[in-house]
Design a protein around this ligand. Structure first.
Ligand SMILES: C[S@@+](CC[C@H](N)C(=O)[O-])C[C@H]1O[C@@H](n2cnc3c(N)ncnc32)[C@H](O)[C@@H]1O
Length: 176
C-alpha cells in the first residue's frame, strides 16, 4: 500500500553494502513460524529474503530500484527485517517506530545513541539490541560476495517487540 510519506531520498553509493547469509541466522529463532516478513531494502537476491524463505516464512521484498520507496509504503506483515541504507538510518528507525510493527534492522552501533536527538528518539520506545560477534563482513556485489577489507564497526540488530530482553548477545558462524 502506498502511503505518500513526504520523505524522499536519492540513491547513495555508500548504501550499497550487502549482508552475508550467516548474519541473518541469529534472528531466525526469535520469529514465530510461518510469519509474513517484509524486507523493505531487498531484492530477491538478498540473503534476508533467501534465508527467511528457506525457513518457511512468507517474504515480501521491496527495493528502491523497483520503484518501491520504503518511506512511501505500508505493508501488512508480522515483522520488518533488513539492513537499511546507512545514509538515512535514523529516518528509517523513526519510520519503523511510526509503523509500530516488530522489526529487526542490522546497523552499525557506533554513534547510534550518542546525541540528544537520538536519546529523544529512543527514550520512550520499546526496543532491544542484539550484539553480534564476531563482526559482520558485508560485500558489494551479489555475483561476487567477497567481504570488504577490514570491518570498521560493530553491527547490531536494533529490534522492537522482537527479542525477549533488552540486550542479547549472539555469535555468528561465518561458515553457515
Ligand atoms: C545497506 S543496503 C542492504 C541491502 C540488503 N538489505 C542486504 O542487506 O543485502 C540498503 C539498500 O537499500 C536501498 N535503498 C535505499 N533507499 C531506499 C528506500 N527509500 N527504499 C527502499 N530501498 C532503499 C539501497 O539502494 C540499498 O541497496
Amino acid at each position: 500500500m502506498q502511503v505518500g510519506h513526504p520523505f524522499k531520498i536519492a540513491k547513495n553509493g555508500s548504501d550499497e553494502y550487502f549482508t552475508p547469509a550467516y548474519a541473518v541466522q541469529p534472528v531466525k529463532k526469535y520469529l514465530k513460524p510461518n510469519s509474513t516478513v517484509w524486507c523493505p531494502f531487498d531484492t530477491n537476491e538478498s540473503h534476508f529474503v533467501k534465508e527467511l524463505r528457506k525457513e518457511g516464512h512468507t517474504v515480501i521484498a521491496t527495493h528502491i530500484e523497483n520503484g518501491e520507496d520504503f518511506f512511501n509504503l505500508k505493508i501488512d506483515c508480522d515483522y520488518i527485517i533488513s539492513n537499511p541504507p546507512y545514509s538515512v538510518k535514523i529516518e528509517v528507525i523513526e519510520r519503523l517506530f511510526e509503523l509500530g510493527i516488530p522489526f529487526a534492522m542490522l546497523i552499525g552501533v557506533v554513534g547510534l545513541f550518542d546525541s540528544k536527538d537520538k536519546a529523544n528518539l529512543f527514550k520512550d520506545k520499546a526496543f532491544e539490541v542484539m550484539y553480534l560477534s564476531p563482526r559482520v563482513g558485508y560485500f558489494k556485489d551479489y555475483a561476487n560476495p567477497v567481504p570488504i577489507n577490514g570491518i570498521p564497526y560493530q553491527s547490531v540488530y536494533l529490534c522492537s517487540k522482537l527479542l525477549p530482553k533488552q540486550i542479547v548477545f549472539e555469535e555468528v558462524n561465518k561458515n553457515s
